[in-house]
Design a protein around this ligand. Structure first.
Ligand code: SF4
Length: 454
């Protein structure tokens, strides 16, 4: 077995756990937090704070049935124009409140499909961000794109606007899987997009792939990975499909019977891990892979890997500012989410208001547990006693949680040495279960509102 390859633990393959892109998680958000908290938090941003900006574009040309994102069909160009106007208004409001405090070294456009905006509109938004925020000259600008609607002219527009990294939604190259998820995407289209991106000078390319899709088999996953790797992406993320049709009506188009069972699903995740490691990628966290020289792989090697709303990242920002409908800002002591509905979001920002409508304060206890969970997921180990000391807590503050790890230790998914807790590299897909033991809101119990950990 090569380093980084996963073990199989059948008793836990169907267990649910949060993804822990934040702690507390979005399940703890409420309307007790809103625009007033957002205003206070923006006023408290330190002049030397490192900022990361996330902009949400909640529109796509067509809707994939598996999609769990806040997005809808754009249908009309005037709707996109109106949304771009709203983003400009919010950029002016938030940038004005910061008054040049903090410096931005990372900008990320997600969605939805940000490339549904015309390239000049995207360029104008990037220019507005540079005007309204103190932005580092070498700022990273990453854009998630739908390769089905990407051509050479658009890519030239991205390059001219200063885009440095592009994430291509690929999911699966298997035609029979594509038909079952309403996402027909020929391989040649993706290959052409990659060639055009490189020709335009955008060399940093990520692929997003999926397992656990309807009709998908382990052989489909391997075939997709082989064909994806032939195009040479620097980073590959492999996400498990989270089937939650009660919460996401569009997923009702996917028949439960077409989905692989828990064991088959784990086999797909495992085979994806094995194949990517065989092909020379470094496994990062439980769902990311990167070429050894990539910044994400270097961050993992140097213990600088972080986790935020985009997943595993090398972004060291102190403050994450979300712009756009449903975007989330993380100020350290409070997390604030913008209004989700694009129309209501637009009304708020066009009248000069901040768009935050829900969120959660982060207490001192949350900070301790959040840092512990992030360390477990990103570094695979944590010295709980040292962490408690740093947070002004007794070294024994989390001894009950450490004791509760016993069943996971017996199954080889965690180790404890004194108060040092670790997840063996072979058990990485189960690290969310280890993290959950320290989640005060879950009490270590099964999180029925969350997707499967694998
Ligand atoms: S293109 Fe992406 S964001 Fe849009 S529906 Fe499909 S998966 Fe969701």
């Amino acid at each position: 077995m090569l380093p980084g390859m996963w073990t199989y633990q059948p008793r836990h393959v169907a267990t649910q756990a949060p993804r822990y892109t934040s702690y507390p998680t979005a399940a703890e958000f409420s309307d007790a937090v809103g625009a007033a908290d957002q205003a206070r938090a923006l006023a408290a941003v330190a002049p030397d704070a490192r900022l990361s900006l996330y902009l949400h574009i909640p529109y796509c040309e067509t809707i994939c049935w598996y999609c769990g994102c806040n997005t809808g069909r754009a249908n009309r160009l005037d709707r996109l124009d109106a949304y771009a106007d709203a983003l400009h208004a919010e950029i002016a409001v938030v940038g004005g409140r910061l008054g040049g405090r903090g410096s931005v070294d990372s900008i990320h456009f997600g969605g939805g499909s940000p490339n549904i905006l015309p390239a000049p509109a995207l360029a104008a938004i990037i220019a507005a961000l540079r005007r309204r925020f103190a932005t580092e000259p070498e700022v990273d600008v990453a854009v998630e794109v739908d390769p089905r609607s990407l051509d050479a002219a658009y890519i030239d527009g991205l390059a001219a606007a200063g885009v440095t990294r592009v994430s291509l939604g690929v999911q699966s190259f298997s035609p029979h899987v594509q038909a079952k998820i309403n996402r027909i995407q020929p391989y040649d289209r993706v290959a052409a997009a990659v060639a055009q991106l490189r020709a335009a000078g955008i060399a940093a390319i990520n692929f997003d792939l999926m397992y656990g899709l309807p009709g998908q088999m382990a052989a489909d996953v391997v075939d997709t990975i082989d064909r994806a790797a032939a195009l040479g992406p620097d980073r590959v993320a492999v996400f498990g499909y989270a089937h939650m049709p009660a919460m996401l009506p569009r997923q009702r188009m996917i028949a439960d019977a077409a989905l692989p069972g828990a064991v088959a699903r784990f086999a797909q995740a495992r085979v994806a891990n094995q194949r990517l490691v065989e092909l020379g990628y470094v496994a990062i966290g439980f769902d990311h892979f990167a070429r050894p020289g990539d910044a994400l792989a270097r961050a993992a090697r140097d213990g600088r890997l972080r986790r935020n709303f985009q997943g595993f990242t090398d972004d060291p920002a102190d403050v994450l500012i979300g712009l756009g409908a449903s975007a989330i800002s993380d100020f350290g002591d409070v997390i604030v989410q913008n209004e989700k509905q694009a129309g209501a979001y637009r009304k708020r920002v066009m009248s000069g208001q901040l768009a935050g409508v829900r969120g959660v304060p982060r207490t001192a206890q949350d900070r301790l547990r959040g840092e512990l969970i992030e360390a477990l997921l990103c570094q695979g180990e944590v010295d709980v006693a040292a962490l408690c000391r740093r947070h002004g807590q007794p070294e024994a503050a989390l001894d009950d949680e450490i004791a509760a790890l016993q069943p996971l230790i017996v199954d080889g998914l965690a180790t404890v040495d004194g108060r040092r807790v670790a997840v063996p590299p072979t058990a990485l897909p189960f690290s969310r279960l280890v993290a959950r033991t320290f989640d005060a809101y879950r009490g270590g119990g099964p999180g029925a509102r969350f997707s499967r950990a694998v």
